[in-house]
Design a protein. Structure first.
Length: 441
């Protein structure tokens, strides 16, 4: 209970006053082609009306609104990738109403984060310092700052409702801070700060049936945001460490078999020969309990903890093996491209037309978001509206077999497609499941 007048008048105003100037509005715009009227190609229409200006490339301006956080005095801004995805122009508005153009330094779809740079040489901007988001606890007070619905900068108050939310399919690294501080459309990319005014997360998504806040919001932890910013400034790309093993979650039955009091950890099911895990002594059947002293509850939690270690040096791993705890040292190295990717875009007449495929390697597997992969051919991209999209092919699908022939390279796949059979029989691997499809030629 409050014991003084000062405590009764407790306010977050001083914290907000320091933090709010570092939170910005982001206006992203892009040109979208309008559907072309068939009349424009009609000779009779053109005879009477001629070639109308702009008829060759009709387009409209599409705009989106989001928020961002300045994290360096020279104007480096962190935001969500989905705020600036496909943007042709980006405009940033500060809390003091000044506006600047901005350029993209780095966009990363897997983390849904992007790093921008304000175009203002010589200017010095207010910043928010990063906190260690691993130090957060459930019940900690947090404030969300952003521009919901475009009404202007808004501050909302709440607590950390949960940590390490891994069942939220927003990014490849499913590890989120959950808060009941009101987050609404337009808050994306904005700041989640602690009671000391430090950045603990980037507000990214909400659970809602109406489009408005229901008190269930999710933020990307600051430790992941810090890694992306550092990668943008130092390397110009995301450098993630490669583990070289696949894992599965621990069920109640597995926990009983291992003598655990509850399901926890990540169970190693496969180890790549000569990969970091193999060289560090990890074995199939090991149960990963912690990394760098942080407990691991499931494979998603391990993926987040491992990636945020960054590249360089080693990290400590504790596993349970045959009932004994074993401490291991794992090198933090980038995944190698052991096989040339030989990227090919499938064209011509086939169900796979519109797919971009690559030869698998640890580096390619990391890029497309596969947990494991060192051989075969993977779908890296799908063209919108293409036959490949219509048959349900997805990014990350591994093409195993086409018309009875094992697919060991993109060259093999290209050669088979040129044969144009009467019936196409396709086998793919998707998230460890084998799917078979058949289509008329």
């Amino acid at each position: 209970m409050p014991t003084s007048q000062e405590q009764i008048q407790l306010s977050f105003a001083p914290i907000v006053k320091n933090a709010a100037p570092a939170v910005v509005n982001i206006y992203a715009s892009r040109r979208v082609q309008r559907p072309r009227s068939p009349l424009l190609d009609d000779p009779l229409f053109r005879h009477f009306f001629g070639n109308q200006p702009g008829n060759g490339a009709p387009s409209r301006l599409q705009q989106s609104l989001g928020s961002g956080v300045i994290v360096a005095e020279d104007g480096v801004v962190i935001t969500n990738n989905h705020v600036v995805r496909d943007a042709d122009e980006i405009r940033i508005a500060l809390a003091d109403k000044r506006e600047f153009d901005a350029e993209v330094l780095l966009k990363d779809e897997r983390t849904d984060l992007a790093v921008l740079k304000i175009d203002a040489d010589g200017e010095s901007f207010p910043t928010l310092p990063f906190a260690d988001s691993d130090e957060l606890e459930v019940g900690d007070v947090v404030l969300a700052i952003g521009d919901p619905f475009g009404v202007g900068q808004t501050v909302t108050f709440g607590i950390v409702s949960a940590l390490a939310r891994t069942q939220v399919g927003i990014t490849d690294y499913r590890f989120f801070i959950q808060t009941d501080a009101a987050i609404n459309p337009g808050n994306s990319g904005g700041a989640l700060i602690d009671s000391s005014g430090r950045l603990v997360g980037i507000n990214s998504a909400i659970y809602s049936r109406s489009g408005g806040s229901l008190g269930i919001g999710f933020a990307i932890p600051a430790n992941m945001a810090r890694l992306v910013v550092r990668s943008a400034l130092e390397d110009g790309e995301i450098l993630r460490p490669w583990f070289g093993a696949s894992m599965q979650a621990v069920t109640s039955d597995i926990a009983d078999g291992l003598g655990l009091d509850r399901p926890r950890g990540a169970l190693v099911t496969k180890v790549t020969e000569d990969g970091p895990a193999d060289k560090g002594g990890v074995q199939v059947g090991d149960l990963i309990l912690s990394i760098a002293g942080r407990a691991i509850d499931d494979p998603d939690g391990f993926g987040y903890r491992f990636v945020t270690q960054g590249v360089g040096g080693t990290t400590d791993l504790t596993v349970l093996r045959n009932g004994r705890r074993v401490d291991l040292d794992i090198a933090l190295v980038s995944p190698p491209e052991t096989t040339p990717r030989d990227t090919r875009e499938i064209t011509g007449y086939s169900p796979l037309t519109g797919a971009t495929v690559m030869n698998l390697s640890p580096a390619v597997a990391e890029e497309v978001g596969l947990d494991f992969g060192d051989a075969g051919v993977v779908v890296a991209a799908i063209e919108s509206g293409s036959p490949a999209q219509r048959i349900g092919l997805r990014r990350g699908d591994v093409i195993v077999d086409l018309n009875g022939t094992d697919i060991d390279s993109t060259r093999t796949l290209d050669g088979l497609i040129d044969e144009r059979p009467r019936v196409w029989r396709l086998t793919i691997d998707r998230d460890g499941r084998t799917l078979q499809m058949a289509f008329r030629g």
